[in-house]
Design a protein around this ligand. Structure first.
Ligand code: ACO
Length: 375
């Protein structure tokens, strides 16, 4: 048995390759550095879906198709937004996604990819007692989601920063949520079922739920003014430092660099004066955390993961911390869908074994066999 399935290979994929020793991520033959900040989210969605949907339009037409899908999702979900807004944003997004058809066609896939952005913006606004805004199908996905969130057309730098984020986290090997999505796909359930499985796995703080707590950590350290003492207190209480450590990476997660560069660009652009100060704080917290983790866990290389600078970037472009995991889902849904299609095309029903360690059934005399053996 391998606890946590560590090092177990459970699928072959053409989608992404995570090299944990070298700190390299390849997505369909492209290094992350060739994609983040270089391609749009729509272009990367095309890259992921290519070959899995015969009706996929060419890359230049996909942005319009995704825009139309945003409009479609909004129209389907608008009557229920008031009720969804009573849930926290992540649960509201998941409930909204559950309202969508569970089909296997490209139209189903694009609706599912569009949905987290449309729902997140509407549900965050509803919590602020602001009216949800309908999508503008003619805009890029990142720009439109920011417009629906804030009510104003975003600056070029903010839209580019969110686009960079969406590209950076779109796929990442057989992580927990992608595995969950593939397990469901292996049963031949529809794409919405796979996406709902992925969403549920993403929610936890050991996977996609970490960046909200990163903001709480930065705020607490900013108020106290002593990063090392605050972090030491957390470790002494047995807490994990959010945004650090990874199952696969033994060196710095390359996505942390891509996102840190995105935050730096935002700060340099000058349109967000608070961003440069927040980045400086984050960098000093990162240094202190890495030093402490080296001392506390000398046998385990614990490095910065994607979630640390995710928090700084998503905060900078205007998302509240309670919506960060929803924004992760905006991107990763594309990866889950590609994996679900790949699983259907190339895989079998995923059905591992468990080793039974519970009590044995009662023997003929009525006493459990385990007890008889023990006595
Ligand atoms: N802070 C403190 N200690 C840590 C941390 C951390 N962030 N991460 C791991 N450790 C410690 C563990 O306590 C454990 O110590 P022990 O051997 O003394 O018990 C040791 O390092 C190994 O930890 P595991 O739990 O075996 O490592 P695993 O591979 O299962 O965990 C994980 C990876 C879940 C990401 C972990 O590093 C963690 O909890 N990090 C914090 C949460 C986080 O940032 N999650 C986002 C991950 S990125 C993503 O999913 C998108």
């Amino acid at each position: 048995m391998s606890s946590g399935l560590e090092d177990v290979v459970a699928a072959e994929t053409v989608l992404s390759d995570v090299d944990g020793a070298a700190g390299r991520l390849v997505i369909r033959g492209h290094r992350l550095e060739e994609l983040a900040g270089q391609r749009t989210f729509e272009q990367v969605v095309h890259l992921l879906l290519d070959g899995f949907f015969p009706e996929l339009p060419d890359p230049s037409a996909l942005a319009a198709a995704l825009g139309a899908a945003r409009v479609d999702v909004f129209e389907r979900c608008a009557p229920l937004l008031d009720r969804l807004a009573r849930l926290d944003p992540f649960d509201g997004v998941r409930a909204g996604v559950a309202l969508l058809p569970d089909g296997d066609a490209l139209g189903d896939a694009l609706r599912l990819i569009a949905a987290p952005g449309v729902l997140t913006a509407a549900l965050v606004r509803a919590r602020r007692a602001e009216r949800p805004l309908a999508p503008d199908g003619g805009l890029g996905h990142a720009a439109d989601v920011l417009r629906m969130l804030t009510g104003v057309a975003p600056g070029r730098e903010s839209a580019a920063a969110l686009d960079r984020y969406l590209v950076t986290v779109c796929d990442h090997g057989l992580n927990a949520s992608t595995f969950a999505a593939r397990v469901v796909a292996s049963t031949r359930a529809g794409l919405a079922s796979s996406v709902l499985a992925g969403l549920s796995a993403l929610k936890g703080p050991l996977h996609g739920g970490a960046p909200g707590p990163v903001v709480a950590m930065l705020d607490a350290i900013a108020a106290r003014g002593d990063a090392r003492a605050w972090l030491e207190g957390e470790l002494a209480r047995g807490e994990r430092l959010m945004g650090f450590g990874h199952r696969v990476y033994r060196v710095r997660d390359p996505r942390a660099d891509a996102l840190q560069a995105g935050v730096r660009r935002l700060g340099d652009a000058g349109a967000h004066p608070a961003v440069a100060a927040r980045l400086a704080l984050a960098q000093s917290v990162e240094r202190a955390a890495l030093e402490l983790l080296r001392e506390a866990k000398p046998g385990r290389s614990l490095q910065t993961n994607v979630e640390f600078y995710t928090a700084v970037l998503l905060e900078a472009v205007g998302f509240p911390p309670e919506a960060f995991t929803c924004v992760f889902a905006m991107s990763r849904t594309a990866g889950w869908i590609a994996h679900a299609r790949e699983q259907r095309a190339t895989g079998r029903l995923i059905r591992p074994q468990s080793r039974y360690v519970g009590p044995r059934p009662a023997s003929a005399e009525g006493a459990p066999e385990a007890l008889l053996t023990a006595s």
